[in-house]
Write a protein of this length. Structure first.
Length: 251
C-alpha cells in the first residue's frame, strides 16, 4: 500500500506563537486516517497548512511530490481537496451552482466529464438532487454538509481533507454523514478526517493520531487507540483496564 500524503516535521506559527510543533503523519492510499484532540490543539491549522492556506516549515509530500512550491489551486487540480469546518457554501446560490463551482479547475482544463460527475453526486446524495434549484442558505445542517461533500467530489479528489464534518449536526444525521464518508473510501477516495466525535471517528478510520497542544501525543491503528486507557478516558468517556496496547507511538 503506497503512501499518498506524508507530513514531516511540520511547524506552523501565528506571528510569534507556534501552533504546530514538528507534526508528522501519513495517509496511505485508500485509507481513512483521523486526527482527534481537544479544541485549540491545532487540528484545523494542520489541514490549512497541508492545503497551502497557511505558511509552514517542514515537508508535505503528496503522491510522492513535495507541495512546497505548489499553489492551492494546483493542489486542488492534483486531487487534494479540503471540506472546511464551516462548509463555506455560497448561501445565495443554488445547490446546483455550488456544485458547479466545485468543478472549477476541471472546467478550466477542458474536462468533458463534469456532467457525469454531477450525476454521480446526485446519485450519492438524492436530497441534493431534489433540492438542486434551492438556495444553499436555506438547507438544513445535514444537507449543507452533504452539499459541501458533493462540491468537493465535483473536483474528483484523490484525497479529501475533512474538517469536523459532524459539527452541529443531530446524532442521526451524524450517523448518515459518517456512513457516506465510509462509502467514499469504498469508492477509492483517501481521507484525512479531523473530528471532535472521537468515538465515531475511530470506528470509521483505519488509523489515527491524537493531537494535543500542537504535537502528536499518540498514534496507531484506530482499534488500538480506542482501547488505549488515556484515549478512552479523555476522548471516549470510558475506562479501559489493563496496559496500553503495543504498537502505539508516543512523542
Amino acid at each position: 500500500m503506497s503512501t499518498l500524503l506524508e507530513v514531516r516535521d511540520l511547524h506552523v506559527a501565528y506571528g510569534k506563537v507556534e501552533a504546530l510543533h514538528g507534526v508528522s503523519l501519513a495517509v496511505d492510499e485508500g485509507r481513512i486516517v483521523t486526527v482527534i484532540g481537544p479544541n485549540g490543539a491545532g487540528k484545523t491549522t494542520l489541514l490549512a497548512a497541508i492545503m497551502g492556506l497557511l505558511p509552514a516549515r517542514g515537508e508535505v509530500a503528496y503522491a510522492g511530490t513535495s507541495l512546497a512550491k505548489i499553489s492551492v489551486e494546483q493542489r486542488v487540480g492534483r486531487g487534494l481537496c479540503l471540506v472546511p469546518e464551516r462548509r463555506e457554501l455560497f448561501a445565495a446560490m443554488s445547490v446546483a451552482d455550488n456544485l458547479e463551482l466545485g468543478a472549477f479547475t476541471r472546467r478550466r482544463s477542458g474536462d468533458k466529464e463534469i456532467a457525469r460527475t454531477r450525476d454521480e453526486v446526485y446519485h450519492r446524495f438524492p436530497r441534493l438532487a431534489e433540492r438542486r434549484a434551492q438556495l444553499a442558505g436555506t438547507l438544513s445542517g445535514g444537507e449543507r454538509q452533504m452539499l459541501a461533500l458533493g462540491r468537493a467530489l465535483m473536483g474528483r479528489p484523490r484525497l479529501l481533507l475533512l474538517d469536523e464534518p459532524s459539527l452541529g449536526l443531530a446524532p442521526l444525521i451524524v450517523k448518515e454523514i459518517f456512513s457516506i464518508i465510509g462509502t467514499l473510501k469504498a469508492s477509492g477516495v483517501s481521507i484525512l478526517l479531523i473530528e471532535q466525535n472521537a468515538r465515531a471517528a475511530l470506528q470509521l478510520a483505519d488509523a489515527g493520531y491524537v493531537l494535543e497542544i500542537g504535537e502528536i501525543a499518540i498514534e496507531g491503528a484506530s482499534r488500538d487507540l480506542a482501547e488505549n486507557p488515556r484515549v478512552a478516558a479523555t476522548y471516549l468517556g470510558r475506562s479501559v483496564g489493563g496496559e496500553e496496547p503495543s504498537g502505539l507511538v508516543r512523542q
